[in-house]
Design a protein around this ligand. Structure first.
Ligand SMILES: [Zn+2]
Length: 152
């Protein structure tokens, strides 16, 4: 019997999907895939300085699972930086609590609701050209889990 995969909670999509060494074409680089739950573990533990217990609660997973996740994430990032690999963020059994969009003209980040249409102007430059970041990671408007919960 297979255990159902538990979706891990991720606050919002990463702002950028790819990172690579300057001056080397991507086609010549080996790619390292960092999953969205690994990205969130890095954000919580190393960027927000949360203890593993608090970070695991934030993601809705056990503390040992969180520890494995953060170890794996750190190893991947270290390998990419030291050996000069491309980091490509994708995958993982997760759901986003919030969505954000990025202005294609000036880079401003705007939080949006999963329900609402992307019919807004950039508060910084007035542009209406955005990239929907949840969509970029494969989560479209159909993605409606936890809709009763407010933004935290
Ligand atoms: Zn803008």
């Amino acid at each position: 019997m297979t255990r159902p995969r538990i979706e891990r909670r991720v606050k919002e999509p990463p702002r950028f999907q790819r990172f690579k060494p300057v001056g080397i074409p991507a086609r010549l680089l080996e790619r390292i895939y960092l999953t969205l739950d690994e990205f969130e573990a890095l954000r919580l533990a190393d960027y927000k300085d949360l203890e593993h217990q608090a970070a695991s609660e934030e993601m809705g997973i056990s503390r040992p699972t969180f520890t494995r996740l953060i170890d794996s994430a750190r190893k991947k990032v270290a390998k990419a930086i030291i050996e000069g690999k491309e980091i490509f963020i994708m995958g993982g059994a997760i759901y986003f609590r919030n969505n954000i969009i990025r202005c294609l003209n000036c880079g401003t980040i705007v939080p949006i609701d999963f329900e609402s249409n992307v019919d807004i102007k950039c508060p910084n430059c007035g542009s209406i050209d955005f990239i929907n970041l949840a969509q970029q990671f494969g989560f479209g408007k159909f993605h409606r889990r936890r809709r009763g919960h407010g933004r935290r």
